[in-house]
Design a protein around this ligand. Structure first.
Ligand code: 4AD
Ligand code: MG
Length: 459
C-alpha cells in the first residue's frame, strides 16, 4: 500500500478506507484496552490520532512506544468523535521502526529557544521549528515563482570569488594551500591562496548579476552569501541567504516598486498557502503579527530620503544610544524607530551620502549622494539594501580611484560600462530577515536550519 502524508490525509472529504501513515509519535496515552497516539510526519503542523486496541498481536510492544518513536501504521481512516480533528486512524497494524529512549530531549513540554539551539539537529521536530522551516521552504519557492512570472531568469553566481562587492573587508578567505605547508613556512601568503590567486567567499552575487542583467535583461540570484563580521547580534549571521534581483533599463523608483511588490506578494503567499503555520506564529510567538501583516499588505510603503530621515531622527524626542548626524550610518535603533514609531510601516530611505555606500552606486546630480535605497521594516530594521548602479564609465572609474580600489581586478566589470552600458538597478533582500519579519521570530539563529554565527559550527 502507498503511504499517505498527513497533510493530504487531513484534506480528504471522504474516507478511502484503509490508509498507510508513517511518522513519529508525539504523545501517547494508554488505557487498559486502548493506546492513543498522536503521530506527526512533518508534512504539516497537525498530528493524526491513531487508536490501537488490545487485540493487535504486538499490543504489549505498542505499550512501550515512547515520544519520538518512529512508526508505520496501517488502519481505517474514520471520522473522529474528538474535537478539533476530522479524522483518526483505527490501527490494524503498527510497526515500530525505532524506539526513542527516555533520553530523547524533546519530551512533551515547553523548551526555550536557547536550549533548542543547542540541539539544532533535533529542533525541526518541534511544532514551532517545523512551522518555521516549512515556511522557509515555501518562501524560497514563492521567490522563484514571483520572478518567474515576471519573466526574470534565475542565475546562479559563484560562491568563491576574487572581488569584494561591498568593499567592507568582511570576506572569509578561501585557501587551496596545504595547512602543513603553511605551518612549515610559518606564514600564510594570502596573495596565493586560491591556486596562486587571492580568493574569498562571496558577500554578494550582485556584480555577477549585473553582467547577466546586461545580457538577459531581468535576472535574479538567490543563494548563500558570507560575511566575516564577528558581530553577535540577533540579525547578523556569517552565512545567510540573499535574494538579489538585477534589472536592466531600470531606475531607482522602479527598483523600489519591484521590492515593494515582492514583499507584499511573499506575505500574501504565506498567508494563503501556509495558514496553519502562520497561525502558530501569531498565536504563540508574536501577537502583533496579524496587525503587522495587514499593514504590510494594505498600506503603501513610505519613501523618504536619507537626509529627511536624519532630520526626523534629530528632531525626535527619543534618546538613542548612538547619536545621528548627516553622514553617519544608521544603527538598528534608528532604523526601527523610523519604521516602528515614526512611519509605523515599512519605509524606503533613498539617496545616502556617498561616503557610507559602496563604489557601484550611481552618483546623484548633487555630487554628494548616491542613488541608494534601504528598506526598513518594523521589528527588523534593514530588510533590503539596493541601488541604481553607476552605468557611466568615466564616473565609475573616478569613484573607484577615489576609493582606492584595485582597478585591474574589476576589468571585467568595467567592460560592461564600455560595451552597451544601460541604466540598471537591483537590490538584495536578506532571506532570514524576511523570515524573521514574517514569523515574529526575533533571533536570526532560529530561522536558519544550522546557523553559522560566532561559536556555532558543530552541526
Ligand atoms: O545591504 P547589503 O550589504 O547589500 C548588498 O550586499 C548588495 N550587494 C545587494 C544588492 O544590491 N544586490 O545586504 C543586503 C541585505 C541586507 O539588507 C540584509 O537584509 C541582508 O542582506 N544582510 C544580512 N543578513 C543576515 N546576516 C548578515 N550578516 C547580513 N548582512 C546583510
Ligand atoms: Mg545594507
Amino acid at each position: 500500500m502507498k503511504r499517505t502524508k498527513i497533510n493530504l490525509l487531513l484534506k480528504l472529504e471522504t474516507t478511502p478506507g484503509e490508509v498507510l501513515v508513517k511518522g513519529w509519535v508525539r504523545t501517547k496515552r494508554d488505557s487498559k484496552k486502548f493506546s492513543f497516539m498522536e503521530i506527526n510526519d512533518g508534512s504539516c503542523l497537525k498530528n493524526i490520532q491513531v487508536i490501537a486496541n488490545d487485540d493487535l498481536e504486538n499490543y504489549p510492544d505498542i505499550q512501550t512506544i515512547t515520544t519520538g518513536t518512529s512508526v508505520s501504521v496501517t488502519g481505517k481512516l474514520s471520522a473522529s468523535p474528538g474535537k478539533g480533528q476530522k479524522w483518526e486512524i483505527q490501527a490494524d497494524q503498527i510497526e515500530i521502526i525505532n524506539i526513542a529512549p527516555e533520553s530523547y530531549p524533546l519530551q512533551k513540554k515547553r523548551h526555550t529557544d536557547e536550549f533548542l539551539r543547542t540541539i539544532a539537529h533535533l529542533r525541526p521536530r518541534t511544532n514551532k521549528y517545523g512551522a518555521a522551516f516549512r515556511l522557509r521552504s515555501e518562501m524560497a519557492f514563492a521567490i522563484h515563482k514571483f520572478y518567474r512570472e515576471k519573466g526574470f531568469r534565475y542565475l546562479t553566481t559563484p560562491l568563491i570569488t576574487g572581488s569584494d562587492c561591498e568593499g567592507a573587508g568582511e570576506m572569509f578567505r578561501v585557501t587551496s594551500l596545504d595547512p602543513k605547508m603553511i605551518e612549515q613556512q610559518g606564514k600564510m601568503d594570502f596573495k596565493t591562496d586560491f591556486f596562486g590567486r587571492e580568493s574569498s567567499l562571496t558577500v554578494s552575487g550582485q556584480l555577477s548579476a549585473e553582467m547577466f542583467a546586461l545580457a538577459l535583461g531581468d535576472v535574479y540570484t538567490f543563494g548563500p552569501t558570507f560575511r566575516a563580521e564577528n558581530s553577535n547580534t540577533s540579525r547578523h549571521a556569517a552565512e545567510f541567504w540573499m535574494l538579489e534581483p538585477e534589472m536592466a533599463f531600470c531606475d531607482l523608483k522602479q527598483n523600489m516598486d519591484n521590492a515593494e511588490e515582492l514583499v507584499k506578494t511573499l506575505v500574501r503567499h504565506a498567508m494563503d498557502e501556509c495558514p496553519e503555520d502562520m497561525a502558530l506564529f501569531s498565536n504563540f510567538v508574536d501577537k502583533s503579527l496579524p496587525k503587522r501583516m495587514d499593514i504590510l499588505l494594505n498600506t503603501e510603503f513610505a519613501r523618504v530620503s536619507y537626509t529627511q530621515a536624519i532630520d526626523i531622527l534629530k528632531h525626535s524626542k527619543k534618546t538613542f544610544d548612538f547619536k545621528v548626524d548627516y553622514g553617519t550610518d544608521l544603527q538598528s535603533e534608528h532604523e526601527r524607530y523610523l519604521a516602528e514609531q515614526y512611519f509605523k510601516k515599512p519605509v524606503f530611505l533613498t539617496d545616502y551620502p556617498k561616503q557610507i555606500k559602496p563604489f557601484y552606486m550611481r552618483m546623484n546630480e548633487d555630487g554628494k549622494t548616491v542613488a541608494a535605497v534601504d528598506l526598513l521594516v518594523p521589528r527588523i530594521g534593514e530588510l533590503i539594501g539596493g541601488s541604481q548602479r553607476e552605468e557611466r564609465l568615466e564616473v565609475l572609474e573616478k569613484r573607484m580611484k577615489e576609493m582606492g580600489l584595485p582597478m585591474e581586478n574589476y576589468w571585467w566589470y568595467l567592460d560592461s560600462r564600455k560595451f552597451g552600458s544601460v541604466p540598471h538597478s537591483g537590490f538584495g533582500m536578506g532571506f532570514e530577515r524576511f523570515l524573521m519579519m514574517l514569523t515574529g521570530i526575533s533571533n536570526i539563529r532560529d530561522v536558519i536550519p544550522f546557523p553559522r554565527t560566532p561559536g556555532s559550527i558543530d552541526f
